[in-house]
Ligand binder design. Structure first.
Ligand code: MG
Length: 396
């Protein structure tokens, strides 16, 4: 098993109890669904999450069965939590250990608005890190007070608000929890603090303002409003756009070609001002096309000497960043390489992975295909390589 999600729902938080609705807040409904149900669905619907386990308070077992479809795909039997959040997570980790997941994402039950993008950010981060923490920067000016009078200011640079899911290599966080227990520490309020205490480096990745913790009565009002907005027809709140790109580079004397970020030994190289990565150029143009924002040449003029020999990932990363800056997401990318040789098949998955890293999206959303032209035309005569691409994006 690659990635499991552990949802911590054992808290007895009472802050959101209201009138006769005397139930823990994670079981309260917003928009007709229990918060916990919304949260579980976010993870079980994510293509890169293989299993979901929920830690509950033993007393809430009936409640749990009432609000959760326990036969749902990927959902493992609920685990009884402990006295503290830390103890509940540890119980969940022990329950998961027989499945031997590589990674575990530990998430608060009361953050039902976590997006695929935040989950992707954490999973991608775990490819190179042991521990990944999604966070958002602090925008309010921070003040310090004593007895209700200002006593100083706090520099907000370098300060973040921590969110979940916090991602870990499974073995790392399990041993951090075991060490905490052995040394009598049971007061950690989140898992990145345990990892940090255990000497593990914690990498911060982008969280989202929408990934709120629904805790107070006011939060429930906000959550209702957010769900209502989400329920409006997708066309009213999002525009889905498809851009296309096409590029050609000629062969030159050389011994390797770079295609979609992967260098492949060959009897020639591709000629160009940059590294001539024809596949990446086509995809970059597809993204600019979807944004109606010019093309690769208008952003990176070939007349500018600083782009000579440039790694084309610079161009693709910029196009991906432009989508993000517009508040959009990249939903799908599809690249077709048109050449007689070299063979693309053996490198396809590495190309998808590399493009995913550059665009900071899951490789599940990226397709790379190849075709020959039956020896017809310039590609068939092996004078060069062509590439075409489409990119599908959603903009607010
Ligand atoms: Mg080009």
């Amino acid at each position: 098993m690659k990635t499991a999600a552990l949802i911590v729902a054992a808290g007895r938080g009472t802050r959101a109890r209201q009138g006769s609705a005397d139930i823990p807040k994670q079981y309260r409904a917003v928009g007709g669904h229990a918060i916990l149900d919304l949260t579980v669905r976010r993870f079980s619907a994510h293509p890169r999450v293989d299993a979901v386990v929920v830690c509950i308070c033993a007393e809430d077992r009936d409640l749990y069965h009432r609000v959760i479809d326990t036969g749902a795909q990927k959902l493992l039997p609920a685990v009884d939590g402990g006295e503290t959040r830390q103890a509940s997570v540890f119980a969940g980790l022990q329950a998961l250990s027989s499945f031997k997941p590589n990674n575990v994402l530990i998430h608060d039950a009361v953050r039902p608005f976590v997006s695929d993008q935040v989950i992707d950010n954490v999973i991608l981060g775990l490819e190179n890190e042991e521990c990944v923490l999604p966070a958002v920067s602090v925008s309010d000016t921070l003040k310090q007070a004593e007895d209700s009078y200002l006593s100083g200011a706090v520099d907000r640079r370098g300060l973040y608000r921590a969110q979940t899911p916090q991602g870990f290599r499974f073995a790392t966080i399990l041993s951090a929890h075991e060490a905490a227990l052995a040394s009598g520490r049971d007061d950690f309020t989140d898992d990145s603090s345990i990892a940090d205490w255990h000497g593990v480096k914690v990498r911060i990745v982008e969280g989202a303002e929408r990934n709120i913790k629904v805790t107070t009565l006011e939060d429930f009002v906000i959550a209702e409003a957010m769900l209502m907005k989400d329920a409006e027809t997708p066309n009213q709140r999002k525009s889905v756009r498809v851009g296309s790109g096409f590029d050609v580079h000629a062969f030159d004397e050389g011994s390797e070609v770079i295609l979609c970020g992967v260098s492949i030994p060959h009897t020639r190289k591709l000629k160009g001002h940059s590294d001539a990565d024809v596949g990446m150029h086509a995809l970059t143009d597809a993204l600019y096309g979807a944004l109606c924002d010019g093309d690769i040449g208008s952003h990176f003029p070939p007349s500018d000497p600083q782009w000579k020999g440039a790694d084309s990932s610079v161009f693709l990363r910029h196009a991906g960043q432009c989508v993000k800056e517009r508040g959009g997401t990249i939903d799908h990318a599809d690249v077709t390489l048109i050449c007689q040789a070299p063979k693309i098949g053996p490198h396809r998955d590495e190309m998808r992975k590399r493009l995913g890293e550059i665009l900071e999206i899951s490789e599940d959303k990226i397709s790379v295909k190849a075709t020959t032209t039956e020896r017809l035309g310039f590609a068939g005569r092996e004078e060069g390589i062509a590439a075409m691409a489409t990119a599908t994006i959603s903009l607010p």
